[in-house]
Ligand binder design. Structure first.
Ligand code: PMP
Length: 304
């Protein structure tokens, strides 16, 4: 059975995990009207630190704005809640989940319900399995497309978006793949079920743009920044499906997935069939932020 940490922050107070509940008639449960973040804290040589906490919470407020949700707490208050939850549960390497949702207060689609807010956190290692970071995973192109830009905004991290992610991830796993990759409504590459995607050609990184119905990930932005700093060229561009088969290397990234190599797509081997040199270098730079080998000149590590 799953072991849950003891404490959750909900609507201004820290309470026991079992008491952090909501009503069955909450708007969000029926209509997907929630916005959330996934954030990691790491055990660094200078103590536990939350990676890009401020940037994640800025995105939370952007997601809320898109859905006219006025959060009853400031960004600083939610940041303090994140720190408190990590501290109170005695966590260091963990996953943090701030979530805001339309609560009990009306059943119409445009109901102005109260907005509930919670922050949970639990210990977390590599998301796609411990070997995934080393050996890479297999992936398939999903039979499910990402939602088109004029249907549901991919730039908001909203609960309802993850119905699409569930279809993509569940189909992939049912068919024996580690993860699913979706095409956009244009037919061009979009992203993984819960990860952004990078292809390597001739030592340069190619990644899909915001116009490909992606969530513009904070890990994606971090890797682009680290790569450019290192003199590795990064190109945001449209990418056709077959480039997945032709790339020298492919990897996925996200808060949970971190930097995960893709060793095969649709049963076709990618490059040498294991993490290539550019992927390894990007992994080193990224994980270096947390073991002190990469200098954090951007202030991304926010102490707990
Ligand atoms: N795309 C989707 C659909 C996601 O759910 C995530 C995970 N939040 C990402 C990309 C990666 O974003 P980030 O690096 O900010 O975690």
């Amino acid at each position: 059975a799953q072991q849950y940490p003891d404490w959750i922050w909900q609507n201004g107070t820290i309470k026991p995990w079992a008491e952090a509940t909501t009503h069955v008639m909450s708007h969000a449960l029926h209509y997907g009207s929630s916005v959330f973040e996934g954030i990691r804290s790491y055990a660094t040589p200078d103590g536990a630190a939350i990676f890009r906490l401020t940037d994640h919470l800025t995105r939370l407020f952007h997601s809320a704005k898109i859905y006219d949700m006025v959060l009853p707490y400031t960004r600083d208050q939610i940041a303090a809640a994140c720190r408190d939850v990590v501290k109170k549960n005695g966590l260091s390497a963990a996953y943090l989940r701030p979530v805001a949702w339309r609560g009990l207060g009306g059943f119409g689609l445009s109901a102005e319900t109260p907005i509930d807010v919670a922050v949970a956190a639990w210990p977390m290692g590599p998301y796609l399995g411990p070997e995934a970071l080393e050996q890479g995973i297999t992936a398939c192109v999903s039979s499910w497309q990402r939602f088109a830009p004029n249907t549901i905004p991919a730039g908001a991290k909203a609960g309802g978006n993850y119905l699409s992610g569930q279809l993509i991830a569940r189909e992939a796993r049912r068919m024996g793949f580690g993860e699913g990759i979706a095409l956009a409504s244009t037919g061009l590459l979009s992203e993984g079920a819960g990860e952004n995607i990078f292809l390597v050609f001739d030592g340069a990184l190619h990644t899909t743009p915001a116009s490909a119905s992606i969530l513009t990930g904070i890990t994606r932005h971090s890797l682009i920044t680290l790569a450019r700093e290192e003199g590795i060229e990064v190109i945001e561009r449209d990418l056709p499906r077959e480039y997945l088969y032709l790339a020298d290397e492919v990897f996925m990234c996200g808060t949970a997935a971190e930097v995960t190599p893709i060793r095969a797509v649709d049963g076709k081997q990618v490059g040498a069939g294991h993490a290539g040199p550019v992927t390894r270098r990007i992994q080193e730079l990224f994980f270096g932020l947390f073991n002190g080998k990469t200098h954090d000149k951007w202030g991304w590590l926010e102490p707990v």
